[in-house]
Design a protein around this ligand. Structure first.
Ligand code: NOJ
Length: 735
C-alpha cells in the first residue's frame, strides 16, 4: 500500500511539486543581496514550500493560513530560522560553547533553544554549523566548534540530539555548510577551498558525518566549490558521499542564493545551474528561485526528469510529515510567547552557567584572579559597560536590551566592591569599520574624544584602584558571516590601552570578547591575568562575574589555537610531519644545523596558546600513563589511565585529553590526534584515576585509497591537560 506521501505526490501537479522546493525569506534575517518578493501571493499560488526569517504567533499563523486556505492541496509550510546559539535567550557563541568541552550542557542548550523556537512557531533550525576551521581570520569561526574533527563531531552529534530528540518540542536540525566552508582560502569569507580527499575525509568531513549518524534531518550546502564544482551542484558530495556512503535520508537545502551564485562561479546560466543542482541532489532552493523559475523549462528540454523533481519534493514532504505538520500545521505555536519558556529563569540560569563554562583562563600570574569581593576595582574598556555586544553574531531573535553587561554582573556578584569605570578606548576609531559593523543595528557608538584623552582618563582611574579589569575585544559584528579580518589583534587603540594600563604597575586582568582567537602576544606579556570570554550571550555579565569572583572556577579549554602571528596561519595542533622538523636552538646561538629546518626566522613555530589549553584557579597534577597492555593483537580493547590530583586551593574541573600518534604508517600521519576526553570535577586535595578504553577504531585512518582501517605497528598513547603537555606510553598492536 502506498504511504501518505506517495499518495500525496501522485495528486500533485508539476507546479505544485516545484513550489515545494522553494524556500523564501520574509522578515529581517537577510544575509544576501536578494530578498524574496510578493511572499503572500507566492504562498497562495502554491509556489512556496517553506520560509525563514519569521517567527511568533501572528506572522506564522497568518502565513500558514494562506497556505492552508488558499492552496489546492493545503500543504503546510515549514518555518525555519537561524537559531544558532539560542533563540530568544542567547547562549554563548558556538566557539565559546565548544571551549566548555561539556557535551551534556551543549545538548541541553540545543534542547532549550529548540523549546523557545518551537513555541514561536518554528520547525527547523539552521544549526549545527560544524565547519572545521584552522583560520581565525575567517569571521565564521565564531559559529563553529574549532579546529578538531573529533571534538567537532562530538559537538555536532550532541546538538542534533538536543534539537531533534526533544519530544513534542522537537525541531529539525540542519547541519551546515556541506562542505569545507571553513577552509576558505586566506580566511576570506565565500572564498574558494581546495584540499585533498584525504584531508576532507580525515579532517573536515567527520563532523558532518557525525550529524548524519545522529539522524540529522537536513543538510545545507556551502557556498564554496569542492574540487572545482560548487558544493550546491556537486553530485559527488551530495549524492555519492552524503547519501550513498553515509546513508543520509533527509533533505538538502542550498545556502542563501547559492544556486544562483554558481553563475558567478562560472557554471552557466540560471537554468543550467538550477538543473545541475537538482541533478546533484539538491532538494530545496533558498531564496534564489532558480528552481521555481527554470525547472519546468529544463524538464521540457530533457535536462532534468520529472522523477528528479518528485524525489526532491518527496524528501521535503517527508520532513513535514516527520514534524507532524500534516496533522497539526500550527504545532507548538502559542498565541502568547510563553513566559515559562521564553527567557525563562531556567533558560537564563543555563545561559549564565554556560557563559561561565565557556570562559578560558589563559594566564593568571600571581593568582590575581579570583578578585576579592571588597576590592577597589578599576573597570576599564569599551566593552565593560556594554549590553549591545554581549550576544555575539547570529542572535536574530535576541534582544540586546535583555543582556547583562559585565559592569552589572560584577555589581550583582560583589555589591561591596568599589568599582570605578572609564571607557579607555573605542572598539574601533575608524568610522568606516564602525559603519560596517553597525549594519544590523548600532553596536558601536564612537566616543568623540581622542585616543590619548581616553587613555589618560583610564590611567587616572586605574591609578586610584587596587586592581584593573580591562574588558576589551571585538564588537559583535566583527566576527560572523562576511566579517573576515586580516589583522586579528585587538581592534583600534585597545592594544595601546592595555600597554598604558600595564605601565601603571597595578595588577591587570584582561578580559576579552571575540568571535575568534586573536593575536595577543604583547598583551600576554603585559597583563597579569587573561580571560577569553568570547561572546557570552544574554547572561554574559553574570557568567563572567561568576568567574572573576571565583563563584565558578574556570575550566574552559581552547578548541582553536591562538596564533603567535597572522603569518603563522593556518596553525593547528594536528598537522602532519615535516622531513625537516625543528627542535629548537640555543638562545643567541646561530648554527648551521638549525638553518635548514622547518621554522620561522622571527617567531616560534608553536601557537601562543595551543589547542586544548586552559587554566584553572586550582592546579592539577597528572601521573604517568598506565596501559593495561603494552602489546595487543587484533580487535583487542585496552585501557589507558592516569591519575589526576587537585593539588591547588580550589575545587575545580579538568578536561583530561587523550591523543594518539601513529609514528609509522603507509601514509604520513599527523603528529597527534585527539581521540577522547573526559571532564571531571575534583575537590581540592582529591584525586581520581581517569581511564580511557582504546580499540582499533581509535587507530583507524583513511589511507591513500580512502580505505578506512588501521595498520599494525607501534602507537604512542598520550594523556594530559592540553595538546602540548602530554605524558605518553607506547603499545604495539599487531593484526
Ligand atoms: C547564509 C548563511 O551562510 C547560512 O549559514 C544561513 O543559515 C543562511 N544565510 C540563512 O540565513
Amino acid at each position: 500500500m502506498a504511504d501518505v506521501i506517495t499518495t500525496l505526490l501522485a495528486k500533485m501537479t508539476l507546479d505544485e511539486k516545484i513550489g515545494q522546493l522553494n524556500l523564501v525569506i520574509a522578515g529581517d534575517a537577510v544575509t544576501g543581496a536578494t530578498v524574496s518578493e510578493g511572499v503572500e501571493q507566492k504562498i497562495a499560488s502554491g509556489a512556496v514550500g517553506g520560509m525563514f526569517g519569521v517567527y511568533g504567533a501572528t506572522p506564522v499563523r497568518a502565513l500558514q493560513n494562506v497556505a492552508l486556505e488558499k492552496t489546492r492541496l493545503k500543504i503546510p509550510l515549514i518555518f525555519g530560522l537561524d537559531v544558532i546559539h539560542g533563540h530568544r535567550t542567547i547562549f554563548p557563541i558556538p566557539l565559546g560553547l565548544s571551549c566548555s568541552w561539556d557535551m551534556a550542557m551543549i545538548e541541553n542548550i540545543a534542547r532549550l533553544s529548540g523549546d523557545e523556537a518551537a513555541a514561536e512557531g518554528l520547525h527547523w533550525v539552521f544549526s549545527p554549523m560544524v565547519d572545521i576551521t584552522r583560520d581565525p581570520r575567517w569571521g565564521r569561526c565564531a559559529e563553529a566548534a574549532g579546529e578538531d574533527a573529533y571534538l567537532g563531531s562530538r559537538i555536532s552529534a550532541a546538538m542534533v540530539r538536543g534539537y531533534q530528540q526533544n519530544g513534542e518540542n522537537s525541531v529539525l536540525a540542519c547541519v551546515k555548510h556541506f562542505a569545507l566552508y571553513g577552509a576558505a582560502e586566506a580566511g576570506r569569507d565565500y572564498h574558494t577551498a581546495d584540499m585533498s580527499r584525504l584531508a576532507m575525509f580525515e579532517q573536515y568531513f567527520p563532523p558532518y558525518k557525525a550529524a548524519v549518524d545522529a539522524g540529522v534531518a537536513s543538510v545545507m550546502t556551502s557556498f564554496n566549490d569542492v574540487e572545482g564544482i560548487p558544493a550546491t551542484g556537486n553530485k559527488w558530495l551530495l549524492d555519492d558521499v552524503l547519501r550513498k556512503q553515509w546513508g543520509f535520508k533527509g533533505f538538502t537545502v542550498s545556502d542563501y542564493t547559492s544556486v544562483n551564485e554558481m553563475i558567478d562561479h562560472g557554471m552557466g546560466d540560471l537554468q543550467t545551474v538550477s538543473a545541475l543542482a537538482l541533478k546533484a541532489g539538491l532538494d530545496m532552493d533558498m531564496v534564489g528561485e532558480g528552481f521555481l523559475t527554470t525547472l519546468k523549462k529544463s524538464l521540457d528540454e530533457g535536462k532534468v526528469s520529472e522523477n528528479d523533481i518528485t524525489t526532491a519534493c518527496g524528501r521535503i514532504l517527508r520532513a513535514k510529515q516527520q514534524l507532524g505538520l500534516f496533522d497539526n500545521p500550527f504545532k507548538n505555536l502559542r498565541d502568547e510567547s510563553p513566559a515559562e519558556i521564553i527567557l525563562s529563569p531556567k533558560h537564563r540560569a543555563t545561559a549564565r552557567d554556560a557563559a561561565a563554562r565557556s570562559c578560558v583562563l589563559l594566564k593568571n600570574d600571581g593568582d590575581i584572579l579570583p578578585l576579592r569581593r571588597d576590592a577597589k576595582i578599576a573597570l576599564i574598556g569599551p566593552l565593560a559597560d556594554d549590553k549591545r555586544n554581549m550576544q555575539g553574531t547570529w542572535s536574530i531573535a535576541g534582544n540586546w536590551e535583555e543582556c547583562v553587561s559585565i559592569l552589572q554582573g560584577m555589581k550583582n556578584a560583589a555589591p561591596a566592591a568599589e568599582i570605578t569605570t572609564a571607557l579607555g578606548a573605542n572598539v574601533t576609531d575608524d568610522p568606516l569599520i564602525a559603519a560596517k559593523v553597525n549594519i544590523f543595528g548600532e553596536k558601536v557608538i564612537l566616543d568623540p574624544r581622542t585616543p590619548d584623552e581616553l587613555i589618560a582618563e583610564a590611567v587616572s582611574t586605574a591609578e586610584l584602584a587596587e586592581v584593573i579589569v580591562a574588558v576589551v575585544g571585538e564588537a559583535q559584528e566583527m566576527s560572523g558571516e562576511a566579517a573576515s579580518r586580516a589583522d586579528i589583534g585587538l581592534p583600534g587603540n585597545q592594544s595601546a590601552l592595555i600597554a598604558a594600563l600595564a605601565a601603571t604597575g597595578k595588577p591587570l586582568v584582561m578580559v576579552f570578547l571575540s568571535g575568534r582567537p586573536l593575536v595577543i602576544v604583547n598583551e600576554s606579556k603585559q597583563a597579569g591575568a587573561i580571560l577569553a570570554m568570547w561572546f557570552g550571550g544574554t547572561e554574559a555579565g553574570n557568567g563572567v562575574a561568576d568567574v572573576l569572583f571565583g563563584d565558578y572556577n574556570p575550566a574552559g579549554k581552547l578548541s582553536m589555537s591562538f596564533p603567535y602571528a597572522v603569518g603563522q596561519i593556518p596553525v593547528y595542533y594536528n598537522h602532519k610531519k615535516t622531513g625537516r622538523p625543528y627542535a629548537g636552538e640555543f638562545p643567541g646561538v646561530v648554527d648551521v644545523p638549525s638553518k635548514f629546518r622547518s621554522r620561522y626566522l622571527d617567531i616560534p613555530n608553536e601557537p601562543l596558546y595551543p589547542f586544548g589549553f586552559g587554566l584553572s584557579y586550582t592546579k592539577f597534577e597528572y601521573s604517568d600513563v598506565t596501559l593495561s597492555e603494552t602489546a595487543a593483537r587484533g580487535n583487542a580493547s585496552i585501557t589507558a589511565a592516569v591519575t589526576v590530583m587537585n593539588t591547588g586551593n580550589y575545587d575545580g574541573e579538568e578536561t583530561v585529553q587523550l591523543y594518539i600518534t601513529d609514528p609509522v604508517a603507509s601514509i604520513s600521519r599527523p603528529v597527534r590526534e585527539l581521540k577522547d576526553f573526559q571532564k571531571i570535577a575534583l575537590k581540592r586535595g582529591e584525586s581520581q584515576t581517569v581511564t580511557f578504553t582504546i580499540t582499533t577504531d581509535h587507530l583507524k585512518f583513511y589511507n591513500n585509497d580512502l580505505h578506512h582501517d588501521w595498520e599494525a605497528g607501534t602507537f604512542i598513547i598520550q594523556i594530559g591537560p592540553h595538546s602540548a603537555q602530554l605524558r605518553s606510553a607506547s603499545i604495539t598492536w599487531e593484526k
